[in-house]
Design a protein around this ligand. Structure first.
Ligand code: MG
Length: 332
């Protein structure tokens, strides 16, 4: 590891994971943290607990803003543990000179998204720092959720499961990229930013055998699959042609040389579902309009333990690696 922090250390990929394990996990080591779930499972398995900070630039973008993102991000990590989001904190660090109307707009977005989750903000903190000490506004949210279905874990995936994705991938990353590069898109490209608890609730109500769920945020679907392969000691084999990618996202990827699998999402999740229920899970997911492209993308094997294999439609195979380098700072 280099002696100073680089932007790559926040990429949601390899360098990020190294920093977390060598600095934070080493210092804070405990059984709950080491499970590396989307949210910590506490209080005899009854509650999920998670935190996230939001630094996205620009603050307002097609499909959402930093406020909506700040509620979705934390609530989604709770939902991925089968938990219903209940209580959130909201801490903001605001730069001197920030437009009050924009602050109100951001807070309105937060309120709307809290209502979708049935959650409330019960504690918060506000700091204002001199101009230049922070870029406009950074938001931290921490959330507690009530676990509705116990036992969902990224450490228990086996060959009895199939791997699914809830919708077409990469929309958030592509939207932020396009906004930052000033690319005028005459298309419907917008962030997928959305609260996922309503979808998780319907899956639980339908009694789908859920093994694991993870929202494909920084590092994208690539990061989720690689993390799962390592955590569950399995090989995940993905059929490249089954991965849903919109034409708009494909266009941005071709233009800027990205892989959609490594692009961030904020309302898209990967599921490990028991084989007998996988098709039914797809049907349940598709009852949500935005999930019309929900798909079974892969299976679990013991071919290369800890690795993800991408099978192309031409019959070639390659490893899908954990994203590395400076992907896209301040994506969330
Ligand atoms: Mg997550």
């Amino acid at each position: 590891m280099t002696k100073t922090i680089t932007l790559a250390h926040g990429n949601g990929g390899q360098e990020n994971n190294e920093l977390i394990s060598k600095v934070f996990y080493k210092a804070f080591k405990n059984d709950i943290l080491e499970k590396s779930e989307d949210a910590a499972v506490i209080h005899n398995g009854e509650l999920a607990f998670s935190t996230d900070s939001f630094t996205v630039s620009p603050l307002f973008f097609n499909g959402a803003d930093i406020g909506k993102l700040a509620v979705c991000g934390t609530c989604n990590d709770l939902a991925m543990m089968g938990a219903k989001p209940k209580y959130l904190t909201c801490s903001v660090i605001i730069e001197e000179g920030f437009d009050l109307r924009n602050l109100e707009k951001i807070v309105r977005s937060m309120k709307q998204e809290l209502e979708i989750n049935g959650a409330i903000v019960v504690s918060g903190d506000t700091k204002v720092v001199p101009r230049g000490s922070v870029d406009k506004i950074f938001i931290n949210t921490t959330g507690i959720g009530e676990i509705q279905k116990k036992g969902i874990s990224s450490n228990n995936i086996s060959s009895d499961d199939l791997i699914l994705v809830s919708r077409d991938i990469g929309a958030h990353g592509a939207t932020i990229f396009a906004a930052r590069e000033g690319i005028e898109m005459n298309t419907s490209l917008e962030s997928d930013c959305a609260s996922l608890y309503p979808q998780v609730q319907v899956l639980i109500d339908a009694d789908i055998k859920i093994t694991a769920l993870r929202d494909a945020t920084r590092g994208g679907v690539s990061a989720v699959l690689n993390e799962w392969a390592k955590q569950s000691n399995i090989c995940i084999e993905v059929e490249e042609e089954k991965i849903p990618i919109s034409d708009e996202v494909k266009g941005i990827c071709e233009l800027l040389g990205f892989e959609a699998m490594a692009l961030a999402n904020e309302g898209t999740f990967v599921l490990a579902i028991s084989k007998e229920d996988a098709q039914r899970a797809i049907e349940v997911l598709k009852t949500f309009e935005k999930n019309s492209k929900a798909s079974i993308i892969g299976k679990v094997s013991d071919q290369y333990i800890g690795k993800v294999v991408l099978n192309s439609s031409w019959g070639t195979k390659r490893f899908l690696e954990l994203p590395t380098g400076e992907l896209l700072p301040r994506i969330c």
